[in-house]
Design a protein around this ligand. Structure first.
Ligand code: 5GP
Ligand code: MN
Length: 335
């Protein structure tokens, strides 16, 4: 039903929604869908609840993304209320679209979820697979299931490849399967320039970003007993280094690079005072999704999750340090 409606001759109004602080997979998978649905001649808009990292501003189509703000609020509201279909891409928790949630709940549009996070909510149509390494894989399957792989051009392939690359840590996480590489291969056949993509994702850092990284590395603490590393960044450091969305991306991975460490945590004072944003990464079977859900009003995946706390930075760290001994056995014996 959905496929015949979308493949049919009637032009539909379609809104694509992604989560706040969108990452490479949210942006890549949604931009790919954006181009694909436009090729089917629909009226498509892509809306982000917040700004996104400078390192993604080269992505094809990124200039067409409507970023929610006081200035765009009424247009976002109108688009959502008037749409026939709304796709929720790379998230399944409505708290991740901030104020847009209020418009979304009013809309009579059919709602379609394309996402790889665990515990999906039910929408009108679901393309959910928590075992998929990236939402971009689900978008590829979506296009494939409609027998439209020939519609994937270099632009669409580039966007999907960015999603695959970023959500698999450059094809190295345990979530990578032969399908991940099969799809990557199909995308390469469309003529994407891997060197260009890599260069634009990794090698265009501004100086401030490296200074923030150095701050965080100086503060890195290791608790060998719990095989845990954590660090933080204060709002004043962000200000000093003219923080821009995305500048703290990747900081958390350094902790996991230490021998024997399987749990890395990053506290991030995004605004003066509250709330504190916390990122979690793990290796092996220590489930940070459950950890973030239980203690930090958050969620994510088994090895990558996030959450928030209405506390000051030092209180948040103290809160964390009080919880962690409860997990001593799990952390010590985790493989
Ligand atoms: P990051 O640490 O890069 O912000 O997020 C890692 C993963 O955790 C994301 O892909 C997302 O799945 C999840 N995540 C991050 N922050 C939150 C949050 O506040 N709530 C929920 N439910 N998931 C989050
Ligand atoms: Mn994402």
């Amino acid at each position: 039903m959905l496929f015949s409606n979308i493949n049919g001759i009637n032009k539909k109004k379609i809104v694509l929604l992604i989560h706040n602080n969108p990452d490479g997979d949210a942006l890549g998978s949604s931009l790919a869908l954006f181009f694909y649905l436009r090729k089917l001649e629909h009226d498509v808009d892509l809306i982000s609840p917040t700004e996104y990292s400078e390192s993604f501003q080269w992505l094809p189509g990124s200039e067409d993304i409507i970023v929610f703000s006081d200035n765009t609020q009424s247009i976002v509201q109108q688009k959502i209320i008037e749409s026939d279909y709304i796709f929720l891409i790379d998230f399944n928790n409505l708290s991740r679209i901030n104020k847009i949630k209020n418009f979304f709940l009013y809309s009579k549009a059919k709602k379609i979820l394309i996402d790889h996070h665990p515990f999906p909510f039910f929408f009108d149509f679901m393309f959910s697979d928590p075992t998929a390494a990236a939402t971009s894989i689900l978008v590829f399957r979506f296009i494939s299931d409609m027998n439209n792989l020939d519609k994937i051009d270099k632009k669409i392939a580039t966007c999907l490849y960015v999603g695959l690359m970023t959500d698999t840590g450059f094809f190295r996480f345990p979530s990578v399967t032969s399908e991940t590489h099969f799809i990557a291969g199909k995308l390469i056949e469309k003529g994407i320039d891997i060197d260009y993509i890599y260069d634009h994702l990794q090698e265009k850092y501004n100086e401030n970003r490296l200074k923030l990284l150095s701050k965080a590395l100086k503060k890195l603490k290791v608790i060998q007993k719990y095989r845990t590393a954590y660090t933080s960044i204060k709002a004043s450091d962000m200000k000093k280094n003219s923080y821009k969305q995305g500048d703290t991306e990747g900081i958390i991975t350094y902790g996991l690079g230490i021998k024997n460490i399987i749990f890395s945590v990053f506290f991030f004072e995004e605004k003066e005072k509250y709330p504190i944003k916390i990122s979690f990464r793990s290796k092996g079977d220590f489930d940070v999704n459950m950890f973030a859900r239980k203690h930090f009003r958050g969620g994510g995946h088994k090895n990558a999750a996030g959450g928030i706390l209405e506390k000051s930075l030092s209180e948040a760290i103290e809160y964390f340090l009080n919880i962690i001994p409860n997990y001593d056995k799990t952390l010590m014996f985790s493989i």
